[in-house]
Design a protein. Structure first.
Length: 251
């Protein structure tokens, strides 16, 4: 099914696409992403397959550049709450790490990481943050990296790791605290590869689930979900563009 767009909406969508491209060329990557994401939202609501097929690749490039620029800052993957009384303050985190790649884990909560993401967006910062929570488990502590923020997490009561994994949202990554690199480091090719490996591990099952869908709409929804998990998943954007192009041909 396609939706008829009023001429004014078509003009507004075209203007957003053009502006987003201009911002991308000008290397205004955060601005370009915001503009193109707004255009994608409008085009998706209208099921405008032509616009969608042309939008996803420049949107992917803006997001790729955002991820890469974030990787050039400070990398710190052990911003972890020490216990139930240690409340991580998102504003304090952002004031100390305004450019880089972070893993922020509250005590049984992703709320600090969610707030760090919100502040990064509000202040237009090249700052990436995993959604994570730390738990007592077994004879130590583990960090759970959560795919999305629309889930309920188990309480941080001590329990075996196996029990915790069963209670966590599907496809969460669980790491022992000792598996995370300690301290802050200047971003390098090595740190970027390390962080990218974590992002790819996080989004991989969602990408595979989308690939496995037999119907185009199922694939589209699956790839959009993959981008919710990892905004810079290049394959999800590329395959969205391909499927949208196929939908255009079929209509």
């Amino acid at each position: 099914m396609t939706f008829e767009q009023p001429a004014a909406d078509v003009d507004a969508l075209q203007a957003l696409c053009e502006l987003g491209q201009e911002q991308l060329i000008a290397m205004q990557y955060l601005e370009s992403e915001a503009t193109l994401a707004r255009a994608e939202h409008i085009a998706w609501a209208a099921r405008d397959w032509d616009s969608l097929s042309r939008l996803y690749l420049p949107l992917q490039e803006a997001r790729r550049q955002r991820r890469q620029r974030s990787g050039e800052g400070i990398v710190c993957l052990d911003l972890l709450a020490d216990g139930p009384d240690d409340r991580l303050e998102a504003l304090h985190v952002v004031q100390n790490f305004s450019h880089g790649q972070l893993l922020v884990a509250g005590w049984g909560s992703i709320e600090p990481a969610v707030r760090v993401r919100e502040l990064a967006a509000e202040h237009e910062l090249y700052l990436d943050t995993f959604l994570a929570a730390i738990y007592p488990a077994g004879d130590g502590r583990v960090v759970a990296i959560i795919p999305t923020d629309d889930v309920r997490l188990p309480d941080p009561a001590p329990r075996p790791i196996e029990d915790l994994i069963r209670l966590l949202p599907e496809h969460s990554i669980v790491l022992r605290e000792s598996e995370l690199p300690e301290g802050s480091r200047r971003g390098t090719f090595e740190t970027y590869a390390q962080v990218m490996a974590l992002w790819e591990r996080l989004h991989k099952p969602f990408l595979a689930a989308a690939d496995a869908q037999s119907q185009p709409m199922g694939k589209i929804e699956g790839y959009r979900k993959t981008i919710d998990v990892d905004y810079a998943s290049e394959l999800a954007h590329q395959r969205l563009s391909d499927v949208a192009r196929g939908m255009l041909k079929n209509h």
